[in-house]
Design a protein around this ligand. Structure first.
Ligand code: C5P
Length: 232
């Protein structure tokens, strides 16, 4: 899997998704999160596959190991390219999650990523509310190493941590980075935001971009701007 831009399809329903995708000549790599999946269920995945989209199913599972394993085996049947769990669920939970994902000829059909710290959480909130009395980068690196030792393919982090994660976990360990904004776009609820070019320079494999594309007056132009800033 090469470097790419993944569009976060944070829409309320399938009709909005169809109207959005109709603007694109080639099917983009897309991310389906909780809001769309909870609204439309498994059928949204079948629809996106018909369009020819690669899919990251971002449900951020976090529960007792056995429950997550069962959830992963259901996700495995959907044949998506990537899915994820929270690293905060512990190594035991991540190992159970992997057991739920089917392998074909020794290769997992769906890559599994671990969420480290959400890009909407900053260090102060992490210290004060989660009572994790450490620098944010330490928690991201510790979660990343746990994920790597368990055998996951990579993590989700902010572009500010991607280079350090690569240093600690190796170049082949995937870094998928949301919290992307153009110089001229608003942050909304995100806190640790960076531009596509910053993400590129800092070793992100995939950038996840939602509102700067989905809410742009010209989404295809915004997507192409991301591609050119990130890939060239
Ligand atoms: O609209 P925006 O570009 O902020 O969307 C970012 C997307 O990435 C959202 O779907 C959000 O759920 C997801 N995400 C994130 N931070 C993480 C993991 C996922 O923003 N750490």
């Amino acid at each position: 899997m090469g470097k790419d831009v993944i569009i976060a399809l944070d829409f309320d329903n399938a009709a909005e998704v169809e109207a959005f995708l109709a603007k694109f000549k080639k099917p983009p790599f897309v991310k389906v999160g909780m809001e769309l999946f909870f609204a439309e269920g498994k059928s949204i995945i079948t629809r996106l596959k018909k369009h020819g989209c690669k899919i990251f199913l971002d449900l951020k599972c976090h529960d007792i190991p056995n429950t997550v394993k069962k959830a992963m085996s259901i996700i495995s049947d959907l044949d998506v390219d990537i899915t994820d769990v929270h690293a905060a669920g512990t190594s035991n939970m991540m190992r159970f999650a992997l057991e739920g994902l089917t392998k074909v000829n020794g290769v997992r059909k769906t890559k599994l990523l671990a969420i480290t710290q959400l890009t909407s959480t900053d260090e102060e909130t992490m210290n004060k509310e989660l009572l994790i009395d450490k620098p944010l980068i330490d928690t991201v690196l510790s979660y990343a190493l746990n994920a790597k030792y368990c055998g996951l393919e990579g993590i989700v982090c902010s572009p500010f941590e991607a280079a350090k994660v690569k240093e600690a976990c190796g170049d082949g360990f995937l870094t998928v980075t949301p919290g992307i904004r153009f110089d001229d776009s608003t942050k909304a609820d995100q806190k640790r935001v960076a531009t596509p070019s910053f993400a590129k320079l800092n070793g992100s494999d995939y950038i996840v971009v939602g509102r700067p594309i989905t809410q742009a007056t010209d989404p295809v132009a915004a997507y192409n701007r991301c591609l050119s800033e990130f890939l060239t």
